[in-house]
Design a protein around this ligand. Sequence first.
Ligand SMILES: Cc1cc2nc3c(=O)[nH]c(=O)nc-3n(C[C@H](O)[C@H](O)[C@H](O)COP(=O)(O)OP(=O)(O)OC[C@H]3O[C@@H](n4cnc5c(N)ncnc54)[C@H](O)[C@@H]3O)c2cc1C
Length: 441
Amino acid sequence: MQPPTETVTSNEIMPRQTEVVVIGGGIIGVSTALFLAMAGVPVVLCEKGEIAGEQSSRNWGWVRRMGRDPRELPLIVEAIKIWEDLSRMLGEDVGYRQTGILYACENAGDEAQREAWLRAAGPYSLDTHMMRGQSLADLLPGAAKPWRSGLYTPSDGRAEPQKAAPAIARAAQRQGAVVLQQCAVRGVETTSGRVTSVVTERGPIACKTVVLAGGIWSTLFCRSLGIRLPQLGVRASVLRTSPLDGPPGAAWSSQFAYRKRLDGGYTIANGSENRAEITPDSFRYFMDFLPLLKIEGRHLQLRFGRAFFDRWRLERPWALDDVSPFEHVRTLDPDPVETTLDKAYRSLTRVFPRFSEARIVQRWGGMIDAMPDTIPVISPIDVLPGLIVGTGFSGHGFGIGPGAGRLLADLALGREPIVDPSPFRHSRFHDGSPIRPFGGV
Ligand SMILES: Cc1cc2nc3c(=O)[nH]c(=O)nc-3n(C[C@H](O)[C@H](O)[C@H](O)COP(=O)(O)OP(=O)(O)OC[C@H]3O[C@@H](n4cnc5c(N)ncnc54)[C@H](O)[C@@H]3O)c2cc1C
């Protein structure tokens, strides 16, 4: 079930031509459209369902530098600068607050891992530091069980996922972008090997550049164009509670993660258990993901079942004048894994007994678009000039989203990129580069 997400009114008329078409109305697509429109570029955003219907409304809402892969740190620094000014820029409050994020350390091993990140992050770690004793206890009012220590970043924070992408889409419209919902893109057309149009379910739109920000659907879209993009889905589960006078900010431990919401309730999840359904892609990309499986495998519940056959049926090739898989699934709405959430809530209530007074208002699932090295692809595609891909944010694309949108807009415009985009190049998967998953947090 989808969390209550703000709505966006689609533009009525679909232009027959534009400069850039953005595929996907998650935080990445809408941010790209906003920065393009702000630069005065004609842009049309096509979303097969509703703006923020998939991951971008379902996430925890954490906006953090802490624990990031060092390759992403320059971009998250830029993203946070955008978040700091975003509510003013959009003319509405998207809930961005620097409320602090804490990673709990339960033993010496946890502590060593966090300290290693602090060293690796070097100048980017900013105000991150280890907390112990009374200063740690002060961050956790009402905690019945003290943690050994915690890595804390006061200037990390959160925004509201159910507000942010819709507000950005509305602002993009005000700047001149056209936003079309219930408008799947089935594929692209090319002339002399270059993109010249997209074909939507409502007909073609001629364009010079296409930005694919399709979340978990990007791998299938790319495969239909003969482009290999190793990406797999991981099902994550979340619940939210009624308002409660509990701990401020957000914290992660191996059993649970919580984040205080703007509405006074909490967004809660299991700290480390996620589920991966085995699909045909699991076999296609097995070797790409093997190194990551070795690091993260113990946190993943692998399941073989209906999902394999559903996905296999969905993936059959389609013609551009035929209904595509993207129209068959307007909004991917996976069931939450109840046992995982129950376990997390029980552990949370043991540490903070006050949570037993809260009511669980809603539970939902979301499908994370994971890459073998857990960093995204933000990159032109060498074999198909005119196509730029922004996907694979591997469970942490909400916070970095406005920065990634800015970078994608830079790439589409051919202007100086806001950060060096080379760590995110698509070619790393076929140019012999070592694919290194980040063993951090
Ligand atoms: C449970 C959960 C918790 C998370 N917590 C955090 C967190 O705390 N902090 C953080 O930074 N990140 C978090 N993330 C990750 C974050 O939500 C994602 O990385 C981010 O939202 C990705 O945005 P996106 O725009 O790439 O994808 P999405 O939001 O998935 O959007 C992609 C959109 O593309 C559309 N689409 C696809 N194909 C087509 C097509 N052919 N035509 C038209 N439309 C198409 C889809 O319908 C979809 O709406 C979490 C994710 C989950 C699931």
